[in-house]
Every structure is written in structure tokens, then in C-alpha cells.
Design a protein. Sequence first.
Length: 102
Amino acid sequence: MRRHIPRAILEDGDGQLVRPRVEDVVSVQFREGHAAQEGRYDPQLHHRLEPRLKTFGSDFPAIEVARERLRLRYVPSAVRLTDCGLADVNGAARVGRTGRAI
């Protein structure tokens, strides 16, 4: 996969603002489950599940970046706080770099 992903994807000022779509924030399995229960697919399901998402998006807007053949959508949906300092984030390095390496 790495050979298909450009080394740099996002730089300051890159990207265009986009509106989050249901598929950006709700998994396929969850959407399928709701559709089975309700008898229809709801393109606004993400706003029903999290009504504050619209106002959150005005402070933390979604963007889309296109680089070569890659199209990336970054859709913030929540703010989280770690229970440790940056140096200890991802200390086991299970995915990506540790906070200390960053």
C-alpha cells in the first residue's frame, strides 16, 4: 500500500472544506443495522446519532485533500484527551510512532 500513498499528503492551506457524509463517520455495519431496523437508509444518520456534530463541525471543519490518485477526507467527530503525557502516548508502538518519537 505504501507505494501508492504520497510521502506528504497535507500541508498548511491544503484541502478544501467539505460537509461530512454519513459514510465518513458511521461504519457500514452500523448503517446496515439501522437500515434493517428502520426499513430505509438514512443519509443523515450521523446527525441523528450525534446532534452536536453540525456545531462541532463549524469549530473543527472537515476537509478533503487530493494528491495524485489518493483522495483523503479528514472528518473530526470528537475531541479526546489522553491520560498521560505526549511522550507516553502509544508507548507500546502498536500502530505508528510513539509520542516520544514524534
